[in-house]
Design a protein. Structure first.
Length: 285
């Protein structure tokens, strides 16, 4: 049986609109959680629409509708913002941890609004983690179709064979899980360990650790250097810096809305300057 093609998603935009949208998307836009998590909240009976408990996420809402999550009205969608954050080792990328471990949200500055992470870094990994107040932006940046590369600095144990690293460029299948193209380079070989630079696009769960373990090079340290065009730069452990709106707009490839106060002027005809000179030229008597 041939499956019908999936509907193409609307192009992502930073602008807030009054058009109807799915309630899960609206909740995510408010920075409460991801779309999938919002759908779970609805099915758990924790979401009200105009005072009535919802039992399905298959409904559209507008800015005129009141939405409550756990009996608290969700905030109006604020302008979309993005931050670069240096995640420390030993922190969980989650709002809550069943084992009671510290999360990144326990360490973020108090003046930061409610944010969600773009993707994740595991407990023992560190480096660049993007944060946003908009669930729609987070989802957009996580989509494989965005095509953004994640680059890492990786320390592994053992003597590394560069040929094994080169073979990863065509992908590898481990325990029935296929990992796509991986670009790995040996930077520095030491007696018992080595430093590598690794670039991936899919970002599956613990992808680099699984691949290196498969090759016989256990990972002892993993630092994310960049996520697409956004880099760790000179951030230090625990630092948070906001990405300027014009930079975000440019990197997402979105056209900026032209200012209404500055309208483009119509080009003058080529012979206009001749006419103007003739107009102001004094007539001979």
């Amino acid at each position: 049986m041939i499956k019908p093609p999936k509907k193409a998603e609307k192009p992502f935009s930073l602008a807030q609109t009054d058009e109807p949208e799915r309630i899960a998307k609206r909740i995510a836009r408010a920075g409460i959680c991801s779309r999938r998590e919002a759908e779970v909240l609805v099915l758990a009976g924790r979401v009200k629409l105009n005072g009535k408990i919802l039992d399905t996420a298959a409904c559209n809402v507008t800015v005129k509708d009141r939405i409550d999550v756990d009996d608290k009205r969700i905030p109006t969608a604020e302008p979309v913002r993005l931050w670069r954050y240096y995640k420390s080792r030993g922190l969980v990328v989650s709002n809550r941890d069943e084992k009671g471990r510290d999360t990144i949200f326990d360490r973020l500055p108090d003046n930061l609004p409610r944010v969600i992470s773009v993707g994740r870094l595991d407990l023992d990994s560190e480096g660049l983690l993007l944060l946003t107040n908009d669930g729609g932006l987070a989802r957009h940046l996580e989509l494989p179709s965005t095509g953004w590369t994640r680059k890492y600095r990786v320390r592994v144990r053992g003597l590394v064979n560069p040929i094994k690293l080169n073979n990863l460029s065509s992908g590898v299948t481990i325990d029935n899980i296929h990992y796509g193209e991986v670009l790995a380079r040996l930077d520095n070989q030491m007696p018992s360990n080595a430093w590598l630079t690794v670039a991936i696009k899919e970002g599956k769960n613990r992808e680099i650790r699984h691949i290196m373990e498969y090759l016989g090079y256990p990972v002892s340290r993993l630092i994310r250097l960049s996520y697409g065009p956004f880099s760790l730069g000179n951030l230090e452990d625990g630092d948070v810096r906001e990405v300027k709106t014009n930079v975000l707009t440019e990197q997402l490839g979105l056209a900026r809305t032209p200012s209404k106060s500055r309208r483009p002027q119509k080009p003058k005809p080529k012979n206009m300057h001749v006419r103007e000179r003739q107009k102001h030229k004094p007539r001979r008597k």
